[in-house]
Design a protein around this ligand. Structure first.
Ligand SMILES: *Cc1c(COP(=O)(O)O)cnc(C)c1O
Length: 428
């Protein structure tokens, strides 16, 4: 038995994978190395990465600068608790995040994953409203088609169908859902597009702590790109109705949509903002929740005077060092030009896809390319077909999508887009 199939046998006996049935022989590929934009499987095959490990590995894998930053930090100080102690990497990272995010966010709560940063955002909003004597404002309003993570609070604001709310009925808090945000990013905005959202917010403002949205791009909930004017209107309505705005930039943050943060397309800011995923360039698990002085002050001024949250691995030194190095790399690169070049190439090379059988829509924004099918794809067919074509892509539902590392070159990106075209042509 080869090492690779032996590993698969052991995996099936002991390991649970995300959104996959236990122990079944679905497609699963042992990976041995990753460097630049290439993953090397245990059987020696090389794949060009089109996923950035779920939005994270924006500089590619095994980056010497990120590796060195973590190694150096390890020499000085590994993980220590963050209660009662502080350290240079965490302080520098929080300062840096405040500096690069749209004003007026002034304070940062570090946590270990995107879902936790969303839980933190929801709890901050509730504590803020309580601190102002508005305890009745404890629900959340969002839109259909969103994704905010897999923990219970985050799930409650995910799309009710995609987020399988029926499975967890009675456990998840019941939140308020406006229709899908629209129109699409490049279509003309009609002022009626915001009517249903506005009516829902007006009706429930007395019980709503905050609106939570992914700015401009709805990610795992359907890979939809919506109009920045929708966001501008949401910001104004939140102010008019005395409701906080939480922006979940976990997927859109750090340049993916062509702006450093998705909300910059609309020229607005959040009261509470979540970042994660590309924060460490895919090196370590880390997320952050940023808040305005107004929110943090109000919580500090009233009972119990503290924010009630504290992850064990909060402010992990290695993750903070990786994040600082990743931000340095990002700003030292011409990321904006890189992302626009990827956008132009994706637009050009995915242009033939709409004529393929089974394709419903093709759309591109920043370094994100999406081919939406009429029917859900069969992963057990498509995944091995992409691997045979030499690329790593992981479709879900009706969506085949690409979000390569920003460092990908033109030739490698062409291999990705031609694999999409050829695999869908044969199997779509
Ligand atoms: C991935 C994601 C999350 C959850 O982050 P995890 O690190 O997987 O917990 C939350 N919100 C958005 C928009 C995401 O894309």
């Amino acid at each position: 038995m080869s090492r690779s199939s032996e590993l698969l046998r052991r995996d099936r006996a002991a390991v649970l994978h995300p959104y996959a049935p236990p122990g079944t022989p679905g497609p699963l590929f042992p990976v041995a190395h990753a460097s630049g934009v290439r993953l090397t499987l245990a059987d020696g095959r090389e794949l060009i990465d089109g996923m950035s490990s779920w939005w994270a590995a924006i500089h590619g894998y095994n980056h010497p600068v990120l590796n060195a930053a973590v190694a150096k930090q390890l020499q000085d100080l590994g993980h220590v608790m963050f209660g009662g102690l502080t350290h240079e990497p965490a302080v520098r990272l929080c300062e840096r995040l405040v500096e690069i995010t749209p004003a007026p966010l002034t304070r940062v709560f570090l946590s270990d994953s995107g879902s936790v940063s969303v839980e933190v955002a929801l709890k901050l909003a509730i504590q803020y409203q309580q601190a102002r004597g508005r305890g009745a404002k404890h629900r959340f309003l969002t839109v259909l088609g969103g994704y905010h993570g897999d923990t219970l609070g985050a799930m409650s604001v995910c799309d009710p169908v995609n987020g399988m709310h029926s499975l967890f009925r009675g456990v998840l808090s019941e939140q308020l859902f406006a229709p899908l945000p629209g129109p699409r990013f490049h279509e003309p905005f009609a002022s009626t597009s915001i009517d249903a959202f506005e009516a829902l917010l007006a009706k429930h403002a007395h019980e709503v702590a905050a609106v939570i949205l992914e700015p401009v791009v709805q990610n795992a909930g359907g890979m939809r790109f919506y109009h920045p004017e929708y966001l501008r209107r949401v910001r104004a309505l939140c102010d008019a109705h005395d409701v906080l705005l939480i922006l979940d930039e976990i997927a859109t943050g750090f340049g993916r949509t062509g702006k450093l943060f998705g909300c910059e397309h609309a020229g607005i800011h959040a009261d509470i903002m979540c970042v994660g995923k590309a924060l460490t360039g895919g090196m370590m698990t880390l997320a952050a929740t940023l808040v305005t002085e107004q929110v943090s002050e109000a919580i500090a001024r009233s009972e119990p005077g503290v924010f009630m949250h504290g992850p064990t691995y909060m402010g992990n030194t290695l993750a903070c060092a990786a994040a600082l190095a990743s931000l340095d790399l990002l700003f030292a690169s011409d990321w904006c030009a890189r992302v626009s070049a990827i956008e132009a190439q994706l637009t050009r090379e995915l242009a033939p896809c709409p004529s393929l059988r089974g394709v419903a829509d093709v759309r591109v924004l920043g370094a994100i390319g999406v081919v939406e099918m009429h029917a859900p794809v069969d992963l057990s067919v498509l995944q091995p077909a992409f691997v045979d074509a030499g690329v790593w892509l992981r479709p879900f539902g009706r969506l085949v999508y690409l979000m390569p590392p920003y460092v990908i070159n033109e030739a490698d990106l062409s291999i990705l887009t031609s694999a999409v075209c050829s695999v869908l042509e044969e199997g779509g």
